[in-house]
Write a protein that binds this ligand. Structure first.
Ligand code: HEM
Length: 142
């Protein structure tokens, strides 16, 4: 029986970097990702290399994100941003289009769909999309 490859083995380190590049290019160029683009600074260079490091490790490659950040936890770094279902779905759309852009095989896109959803839904910190309610004593209406 053939041993199954990790996503990292399928893409290689250059492929993962290309995926992070394509992801932020999608975010930058897609009008249906304008909501999440606006949360980022003008220069995407730093976050692009952090995403490449994160994905390298998450996809089964060497622990390069851990070496830089000391943690793989994404909830804390995303806590300042209001991330609801719409923002999660914008992110996932950019990722799926980025996989197409780099010519990733359908097999890999299918393989990543469910775990990518799970990680993006873990980053979600609101039940509804819209401004973040920071004061727990304020009850949002509607
Ligand atoms: C669900 C929707 C998501 C939104 C709206 C979002 C948005 C953001 C924003 C605004 C930043 C800060 C960028 C900056 O400093 O300019 C960030 C950082 C980052 N995001 Fe996300 N993100 C999402 C999901 C994810 C997911 C699923 C991953 C990984 C699979 C991820 C990986 C990262 C990484 C690695 C950083 C850099 C943080 C650090 O290590 O300092 N994000 N994200």
């Amino acid at each position: 029986m053939e041993e199954s490859q990790t996503p990292y083995e399928m893409l290689g380190s250059d492929g993962v970097r290309a995926l992070a590049d394509a992801f932020y290019r999608e975010m930058d160029e897609s009008s249906d990702a304008a909501g999440i683009r606006a949360m980022h600074g003008d220069d995407l260079g730093k976050v692009r290399s952090l995403l490449a490091a994160y994905l390298t490790q998450w996809m089964g490659g060497p622990p390069v994100y851990l070496a830089v950040k000391g943690s793989m936890c994404l909830t804390e770094v995303h806590a300042p941003y209001a991330i609801g279902p719409d923002e999660r779905d914008q992110w996932l759309r950019c990722m799926d289009r980025a996989l197409v852009r780099i010519g990733a095989p359908d097999e890999l896109r299918d393989m990543l769909r469910e775990p990518m959803y799970r990680v993006a839904d873990t980053v979600r910190n609101q039940d509804h999309s819209g401004p973040k309610v920071r004061d727990p004593n304020i009850i949002a209406v509607g």
